[in-house]
Each structure stands twice: as C-alpha cells, then as structure tokens.
Write a protein that binds this ligand. Structure first.
Ligand code: GLC
Length: 720
C-alpha cells in the first residue's frame, strides 16, 4: 500500500527542523567522486535523522546496513533514498550514451536502461542520476559522451525511452529506479567548450534545442531533475526560479523532486550571486531545489534563514513533502529492504552480456570503407592488431562506468583471436594513449613489414579524456598516436597491406588526415564490456555495421560549433561568390554529417511520396520511400525524415529532424520505409515565442543522413 498523502503530512508534523533538513540533504557515502568535497562517514547523521539520502553506496550488504540504521535506529525510521550514476549500465556496461544514440534505436535505449535498473536495484539502489539529456554541438566539451548528441528530436526520443526503461511500469517495483533528467538545462553550449563555464544563448535556442528533451522526460514521468552547474544568461541554474519553478513546475506540471548537482548550492557563492551559504541556501530553496547534494548548505544555512525570516517553514515543508512522496512512490515506506534482496539468477546476468554485445555492435559507425576493405575476407590468415587501445579492456567501458569498473571487458585483440581462430594475430601497442614515448613504434612496424593480410589499428582517447571535467581544447588523437599511425600507413602502403582503423573516442575528433590515410575507419566510441566482440562481429562481417553518428564531425576545430540544423542566413555559401558565408582557409562542410554511417550493403532511395499534399493543423502526413539494397550483403538502414519551413515569421533551420524508420534489407531487395508526421510537429515559436502552426509550404526531405546532396525531397502545404 502506498503511503497516503495525509500520512506524509502527519509525518512532517512530527519532524524537527534538523530532521526536515536531513530529508533535504544527500551526501556521498564514501570518497568524493565528482567534486571538491568529501563527506566522510554518514552513519551518525543517519542515526540521528539529520541525513535522509546517500549517493555512491553500492551493494546489497552496505545498502542494507545503512538502510537498517535509518529505519530501525533513527527516531522516525524514514528510509534512505540511495542514488548512483547508472549512466550506461551498472555491473554490465553498455556503450556510452553517445554511442547508444548512434544506434538510433529507441527500443534498444529502453532495454539497456531496464537491464541497468534491474542490476542497480539488485545492488540496493533506488535512484539513478540519468538520463543525461544535454544536447551538445561542441566536441571540445567532454560531457558530449554522456548525452544523446546534437539533435533535440533525438534527445527527446532518448529521454522517453530511458525514463521508461529505468522507471518501468511501477516505480515501487523492486526492479525499478527513479530516473533523474539532467542537467537542466542548456549545459552543452558552455563557453568555449570548457566544462562548468557560463552559458549564454538565446531564448529561442533554449526553447527549440535544449528544453524539448526535458519536457519529454517530464511527460514520460521522470521522478527527478538535476539542475546544471552552469549559469544561463547570468542566472545559475541551481537558483533559476523562472526555469525551475515557473517553467518546470508551472508550465510542465513537473511534480517530482529537484536534486542539486554535487556541491552546486554552495557554489552559488563562486558564481557571485550569494555572499555566504545562508544566501546560497535561500536562493536554491526559493528556486525549488528540494535536495542539496554534498554542499551541506541546507543544514547549515536554512536554520539561520528561517530565524531571519528569509524563508518560511512552509517552503521547507514543500520540499520535504516532495522527497517523502518520492520515497513513498518507490515503495520504501512499505518495504525499505525491497531493493538489494532479490539476487539475480546467473543466467539473467549472463543474458545481459548478449544485450551489451547487441548494443555495442549497433553503436559502431563505419565512416570509411575504401575498396570494400571490410569485412575481412574469410581467407585472412595473419592480422596485426596494433595501437594503444588494441588490448586495453579498462578503456573500453568509457567514463561513468558505474559498478562495472572491476569486471573485465573484451578487447579487440582477444575477440579477433576468438573470431578468426585460424589466423595468426600479432599485437603491439606501438605507443601509449598519451605521452611522448615512441619507443614501441619500431617493433610495431616490424610486424607490418612481415606482410600480414591486414592491420587493425586501434587508436583514440583514454576513457578519462571525456566525461565530466574533461574538455579538450584540441580534440585530436592524443600523445604520439598520429606519428605512430603515419608510420604504420607508410609501411603498410609499401607492403600493399590494408589498414583498418578502429577509433575509440567520447566525442567527434578532428581527424581529416586519418580519414584520408585509412583504408577503413570504424568509430567505436566506448562500446562497454562487449567492445571486442562487437568490433570483431563487424570486422569479420558476422554483422553489418548500422550505426550513424549522432554528432557532426568537423574537419577543423575552427568550424565548431558545427551542426546540421544551422539557421538559414542571408548569404548562403556559394563557392563562386566571395561575399557568402564560408571560410577563406577551410571548407565549411563537415568531415561526417549528422546521421552519417556506412553499412556493408548499398542502399538507394526512390519513389518518395507524401500524402496528403496539404493538411490543416490536425492533419497527419504519411511519408513513404522505397529503399533498395544494391549491395551484396545484408544492410540495416536508418531512414531519416527532415523538414524545412522555407518561409516563416522567424528564421528556421536548413534542416530539422522530425522522424526516422529502420529497414533491414537482404541483397537485391526493396522495402518501403514509412514515417507518420503530424502537422503539429511542424509548429514553431513565433516572434513572441508562442508555439504556432503557420500556413505555408514545408519541404520534406528523406535520406540516410543530413547531407542535402543525398536527400530526396517533396513539398506539402500546411493550411491555416
Ligand atoms: C557530478 C555530475 C552529475 C552526477 C553527480 C553525482 O558532478 O555533474 O552528473 O550525477 O555529480 O555523481
């Protein structure tokens, strides 16, 4: 039986102020993981009721012990809310979110979240600080890896799938986690791509690009929201009353909890909007932040603020009520030990490795395959597996690998040895991921000199080079990898040996030279525990690659921020006309456009038809296109539907993603991909920022990626 609201109000009536502020406080159970402060031991605070929430405590025994102290030794016995960053898997690590976004597969997104929720709940957890929904268009920003990429439609679709997966059908289920949509909002466009830096974007960009995913998460029933560390147009998100109270709780009717980021309330002092912790606590409470993570600001500042009449007990009670209501919805009052007691059958855990392999395989993006270098021919008998990421299982999990740090992953080297057992696999790292040590290059080149059938060159970033506090001013191959790769290419060219590059990264890297030299280039991101098996599946042709990049890849850093949905401008690029929008010293075209990715088939699009030709605001357009696999191998094709509103009351993007469909095609077959597009999806924000559907013509584009040259188009009429 869920605790009725009156029961919660009766409980609040019995609570002392320290106990109330305890329910509004969350500290790390052990060492600090993502911030400048550490909490030390929480046991006494839990026992005296002045701490009601913990993060970073994992495992059936430790969570049960702490929960028992709260429930059986504290005065009121209020159960703890136990949270953790379950970002891309818990014990079984799936591809990093940016890689999962590359699958463009909402059902897969939901399944991996569901699997992660089961594992985390079995470890005693009830809350995850995920999904991260920050749209990112700047590869310098390390946290691009944690999110769904550059597109708001993808981000909103991702939000719904992840919230459904984490929270399941019943939040009280012992296999459900409360999800946290983070980081609200517009964290991605930090100044100069530098983490935590101020954000200053237009109201239009805020509403058209950065808010849709959070609105979708609220519609999907997300239980919590976490404000970003950053300030937006001069107002820190942790104190942003207008967006937290008026927009989230007012316009969106969000009724869950708002949990601050790590120490973020106290950091309002650094932002310069609070002179001390009392003022910081007042600002955060007034903005609607219910739980103070790791700052101790509510416990320290609110008693003084109450005395001075700066806040009311009613405001505090409102936050306490929301926290207790979430605990009730999670079933914690009914049975505080329900999570962490259901041991999972080994077969269930093992099955998740299969899901991890499926997700990893579908996240790989083949961006070059000259002369059909891939898949490796079955006759291959000798392969050189080179590079600092060829046998580095710890790196395969990427950042935010939760409780999956201690379980070994599968490397490229190990998986190739398994998948082509008749072939000789030679290995050399060549160079480390970072640093100037190049002593290993010669030995690696000797292996290439020995005339293998192919070289698999595993390059890229270390896992810690993306994620939080991991911005890079020059997002290229680190260390001496470029020198190493050049030596390999030169030697392989002389020996007429193809070089297949497997690139591990948490963001698009600036690698036009690598694209030029590699015979084949597979972007692997950080694929998780089953990295090696997934990569071997694609390299050997057991699976055709189907991933598509969810972020645009620039040719040079000077192009950044670079994304497909650029607004139209008055002087669109024209190579023949100097006075148009372009660079004197570089191309303005991306290296790989949004949605780009190759398969082993070759798909042609024909016969685009959109019906009806015109519709009113309640209408629905049926979009259909025939896709034929003209290749010799099966292909899984993601078909994108973009629109462009050519004449509107405000400037519109050149392309906007509004839908997608997938087709799997055997060689020589044709299938029809269909997408339904409601006229309401064509709404825009007018000059006054009101959502309107404006009469007029709208172009519909369909194709494999956001490259206008590869899109079929049609035109429909929106009637008033
Ligand atoms: C971090 C991150 C946030 C995470 C939290 C708890 O600093 O910004 O994404 O959920 O702290 O670890």
């Amino acid at each position: 039986m869920i605790v009725a609201m009156s029961t919660i109000d009766k409980l609040i009536a019995r609570m002392t102020l320290p106990e109330k502020l305890g329910q509004m406080t969350m500290t790390a159970a052990s060492h600090a993981v993502t911030g400048p402060v550490s909490a030390g031991d929480a046991t006494d605070s839990i026992r005296d009721g002045t701490l009601g929430n913990l993060l970073n405590l994992v495992g059936p025994a430790p969570t049960r012990d702490m929960q028992r102290i709260a429930v059986e030794e504290s005065r009121l016995g209020i159960p703890l809310l136990l949270g953790f960053d379950v970002i891309h898997g818990h014990r079984t690590i799936f591809p990093v979110p940016l890689a999962e976004a590359a699958t463009f597969d909402p059902w897969l997104w939901e399944r991996t979240a569901r699997a992660a929720a089961c594992e985390a709940a079995a470890d005693g957890l009830a809350l995850t600080f995920a999904p991260m929904l920050d749209v990112s268009r700047d590869p310098r920003w390390g946290r691009s890896v944690e999110g769904p990429g550059e597109d708001p439609w993808v981000a909103a679709t991702f939000a719904c799938a992840k919230v459904r997966g984490f929270e399941g059908k019943d939040l009280a289920s012992p296999a459900s986690l409360a999800a946290t949509a983070k980081h609200f909002c517009a964290y991605g466009p930090v100044a100069a791509g530098r983490d935590y830096a101020p954000v200053d974007i237009s109201e239009r960009t805020l509403h058209e690009v950065h808010l849709p995913a959070f609105a979708a998460a609220v519609r999907a029933g997300v239980a919590a929201i976490m404000p970003a560390f950053t300030s937006l147009a001069g107002i820190p998100m942790t104190a942003h009353k207008q967006l937290l109270r008026d927009y989230l709780r007012g316009t969106l009717r969000f009724d869950g909890i708002i949990v601050s980021d790590y120490n973020a309330i106290r950091e309002l002092i650094n932002h310069g909007v609070a002179a001390n912790v009392v003022e910081a606590a007042v600002l955060a409470l007034r903005a609607g932040v219910d739980i103070d993570m790791m700052a101790g600001a509510y416990r320290e500042g609110l008693p003084v603020a109450l005395e001075r009449g700066l806040v009311s007990m009613a405001e505090i009670d409102d936050s306490v009520r929301r926290v207790l209501r979430l605990k009730a919805r999670l079933g914690l009052f009914d049975d505080p030990y329900r999570r962490g007691t259901v041991a999972e059958a080994p077969a269930v855990v093992a099955a998740r490795r299969a899901l991890a392999r499926e997700a990893a395989t579908k996240s790989l993006v083949l961006v070059k395959n000259a002369a059909a270098t891939l898949p490796l021919p079955s006759s291959v008998r000798r392969v050189c597996v080179l590079g600092p990421l060829a046998d580095a299982w710890r790196e395969m999990r990427g950042p935010w690998a939760a409780a999956g740090y201690d379980a070994p992953g599968v490397t490229v080297r190990a998986a190739l040895r398994e998948s082509i057992p008749d072939a000789r696999i030679d290995h050399a790292a060549g160079v480390p991921i970072t640093g100037g040590d190049d002593a290993g290059i010669a030995a690696a080149i000797d292996l290439v000199r020995a005339q293998p059938d192919a070289v698999v060159l595993c390059l890229g970033e270390a896992a810690e080079m993306s994620g939080e506090a991991a911005s890079r001013a020059a997002p290229e191959l680190p260390g001496r990898q470029r020198e190493f790769a050049t030596a390999v290419f030169d030697r392989a060219r002389a020996a007429d040996v193809p070089v297949i590059v497997v690139l591990f990264c948490g963001r698009p890297l600036v690698i036009p030279w690598l694209d030029e030299r590699a015979d084949a280039l597979l972007v692997a991101w950080f694929p998780g525990h089953e990295a090696g098996h997934a990569i071997a599946d694609v390299l050997t042709g057991r699976v055709s690659p189907s991933g598509r990049t969810p972020m645009t890849w620039p040719r040079s850093l000077g192009q950044v921020p670079l994304y497909y949905a650029q607004y139209a401008n008055g002087r669109p690029e024209n190579a023949a006309d100097r006075f148009t929008s372009k660079y004197l010293d570089a191309s303005s075209a991306p290296l790989y456009p949004f949605g780009y990715g190759l398969g082993y088939g070759r798909c042609a699009y024909t016969n685009l038809r959109v019906t009806p030709a015109s519709a009113g605001p309640e209408g629905v357009f049926e979009i259909a296109v025939d896709v034929t696999n003209e290749g010799s191998r099966t292909a899984e094709e993601t078909v994108f539907v973009f629109i462009r509103d050519r004449v509107a009351s405000v400037v519109r993007p050149l392309l906007e993603l509004k839908g997608m469909a997938k087709v799997v095609l055997a060689p020589g077959t044709t299938a029809t991909a269909r997408v339904r597009l409601a006229a309401t999806e064509l709404a825009l924000l007018d000059v006054a920022m009101r959502s309107v559907i404006e009469p007029g013509e709208v172009d519909i584009f369909v194709g494999p990626c956001a490259d206008p040259a590869r899109l079929l188009s049609s035109r429909v009429l929106l009637c008033g």
